[in-house]
Design a protein. Structure first.
Length: 353
């Protein structure tokens, strides 16, 4: 079965110099993948020629005359740049030409354009950004929302949990992934009113076997791998993500400076090179690139804007895996099954909570 993915080749900090080599590498590695490269046709074909892939049978080019920059406001992305590579790539999904789309462009613009073009799924109020983080068990911890929704109500977090559960089940082949609700403590009495109300909704789903709700989790549980999924509002999630990225860079810079401080530390680095390389691979942000925009009527994946070719290829892989595992219809089905017409937990009889 061929999986077709549209690529916004002009998005991100580096544009075609990153997106094209990543695309070429991916189609060489995945024989079932077909990529639609969207952007300035002359620029894309010139870059393909550099990589001796201008005649590759599974790489096609769709021209788009405009580009959404990383600084463009939403108004410009939505209303003025209707022929942007970002929008045209997403339209490929809407028209059924592609099963998923990948962009490294402006996150706010990508969410706004994707929501405008594809619309949200029935039963979903707000799409969410879901990405993965490494944990000490050697696997990924999926976390959402990471910035699409700053202010959330309990039914929004409930929807995030449902969508995250379907995604993890399909991507990681886990029948009943565990869900944790990010809080300031694990006790039921802790947290604000939104978190407490969300906990009740998720507990009801757990009791009837619909979701595998672990309970409240704290920030350190993300990297312990306590649960497969961590649910939070977009404000908390985005702050957590940026803090983690900052700590990772600080750690990497500290290790590098310490091991190059003098000849003795450089010798120590040489002796421990194997272990250091393994640590680098395990914690490399590149392996975890590719956040999914869940809740849309189409698969859209967001790459880090500053991604290199290796990292962007991982984002393409996540989109490919999601399409191959039919994530979209699974989310739609579970949303229809689980989302109650009345999502206000205050109206649920106390005896059932």
């Amino acid at each position: 079965m061929t999986i077709k993915i549209s690529i916004d080749c002009m998005g991100g900090d580096h544009g075609p110099s990153v997106t094209i080599p990543a695309a070429v590498s991916f189609v060489k590695r995945e024989p079932d993948a077909e990529l639609i490269l969207v952007g300035l046709e002359d620029v894309i074909r010139a870059e393909l020629k550099k990589h001796h892939a201008e005649a590759h049978p599974r790489l096609s080019v769709v021209h788009a005359s405009e580009q959404v920059t990383m600084d463009d406001p939403l108004e410009v992305a939505l209303r003025r740049k209707k022929d942007s590579s970002m929008r045209v790539a997403i339209e490929q999904v809407k028209e059924g030409q592609a099963q998923a789309s990948v962009s490294a462009g402006n996150t706010g613009a990508l969410m706004a354009v994707a929501r405008y073009v594809l619309k949200t799924m029935s039963g979903v109020d707000r799409p969410a950004i879901c990405s993965i983080m490494p944990n000490q068990k050697g696997g990924p911890t999926y976390m959402l929302d990471l910035g699409a929704n700053v202010d959330c109500e309990p039914h929004h977090l409930h929807q995030f949990a449902i969508m995250g559960s379907v995604l993890v089940s399909a991507m990681e082949n886990i029948p009943r992934p565990t869900i944790g609700l990010l809080n300031v403590g694990t006790e039921d009495i802790k947290g604000n009113d939104v978190v407490k109300a969300t906990s009740k909704l998720l507990q009801l789903d757990h009791e009837r076997g619909a979701l595998n709700f672990h309970g409240n989790v704290e920030g350190n549980d993300i990297f312990k791998g306590t649960t497969d999924i961590v649910v939070c509002d977009g404000f908390t999630g985005n702050v957590t993500l940026k803090a983690v990225e900052g700590v990772a860079r600080f750690f990497a810079d500290t290790v590098k400076s310490e091991f190059t401080r003098n000849p003795l530390t450089m010798l120590s680095a040489l002796i421990g090179r194997g272990a250091l390389n393994n640590i680098k691979k395990r914690l490399s942000p590149s392996r975890y690139n590719g956040a999914s925009l869940l809740g849309l009527r189409g698969l859209v994946f967001k790459s880090h804007g500053g991604a290199d070719a290796y990292s962007f290829e991982w984002a393409i892989k996540r989109a490919y895996d999601a399409a191959k595992n039919d994530v979209l219809p699974h989310i739609s089905t579970l949303i229809a099954e689980l989302m109650p017409r009345n999502t206000d937990p205050s109206e649920v009889p106390s005896s059932t909570i």
